[in-house]
Design a protein around this ligand. Structure first.
Ligand SMILES: [Zn+2]
Length: 296
């Protein structure tokens, strides 16, 4: 198996025909490796912008690219993707996080009126791999490439960052920190199918309706965190911060506590999160008046 780690640079461009901003790709940079992640080839190509011929100040500053440089050295998006397709061959494509995939889809939709990425057949998210290898994977708080490199003690100069080829090489340096001890194979996914896109585009959400069929009622019981016995719910469920909260009473030891349970719908599972916490002082005093046990 060989790998191609791809990084893109893009410019925020206003499309008058589509009446919206598009992240117009201006550079493809990639490194190709063998099965042991030794570099065997590199790819770097600039794209002559079509949607907006002017780079934003931010992009100019970040990438050090100029309008003149792209005009002189850039090729069209479709020519560059054709060359990249050849370069990729049957390698597994990797990017740092899925943002580059979304940007590719956006550009394909603009140029081909179809957002599928034609050269993508097997894919691996380098960010997910590194975060899981580090044991700090958190969907809601993903770690940038530069920050990850710093955490891992990978040296790079600020100058080198934010150009496609050097960012791809930096991703590789991070990946290499783990490949000896943490298998990458489980992270390689088939990507030439609708399921890949469905999964990519799926937005997780919290279930806020207690009567939803995906709510597992057995998860709404709490055991006492002091003695381990079953408890009785003494309040109505209320929705708070995307979870259901109620108070519980343990007859065996007299402990009272609040329990919170949330159900997060993901693409192929519902993730349940349960937490026990102390009843606030204010609520305790309220409780004196309505502490009657209630049935579900
Ligand atoms: Zn107890």
């Amino acid at each position: 198996m060989s790998y191609v780690i791809l990084d893109l640079e893009w410019n925020s461009a206003y499309s008058h025909s589509n009446h919206c901003f598009i992240n117009e790709i201006i550079e493809f940079g990639a490194v190709k490796t063998d099965d042991d992640f030794r570099i065997t080839d590199t790819f770097d190509a600039l794209i002559k912008p079509k949607i907006s011929k002017k780079l934003t100040g931010r992009v100019k500053k970040l990438t050090k690219l100029t309008n003149e440089k792209l005009r002189e050295d850039g090729d069209t998006f479709l020519n560059v993707t054709r060359e990249f397709t050849e370069f990729l061959g049957d390698s597994v494509m990797m990017t740092w996080g899925t943002t580059d995939l979304f940007t590719l889809m956006e550009n394909y939709r603009y140029y081909k009126h179809d957002r599928h990425i034609p050269f993508l057949s097997r894919y691996c998210d380098a960010q997910e791999y590194c975060e899981k290898a580090m044991g700090r994977y958190d969907e809601g708080n993903q770690i940038g490439l530069g920050a990850c490199a710093e955490l891992l003690g990978v040296t790079f100069s600020e100058e080198e960052q934010h150009r496609a080829d050097s960012d791809a090489a930096l991703s590789l340096k991070c990946i290499l920190k783990f490949t000896d001890s943490f298998s990458i194979y489980p992270f390689v996914r088939q990507a030439d199918c609708q399921e890949f896109y469905d999964r990519l585009l799926f937005k997780n959400y919290f279930i806020t309706d207690l009567h939803s069929p995906v709510v597992d009622r057995s998860q709404m019981k709490f055991r006492c965190d002091k003695c381990g016995d079953t408890t009785r719910r003494v309040k109505r469920w209320r929705l708070h911060n995307k979870g259901f909260v109620s108070d519980f009473y343990c007859k065996s030891c007299g402990r009272k506590f609040s329990g919170k349970v949330s159900f997060k719908q993901k693409y192929d599972e519902v993730k349940v999160n349960k937490r026990i916490f102390e009843i606030s002082e204010k609520e305790k005093s309220d409780k004196k008046t309505d502490a009657q046990p209630q049935n579900q």
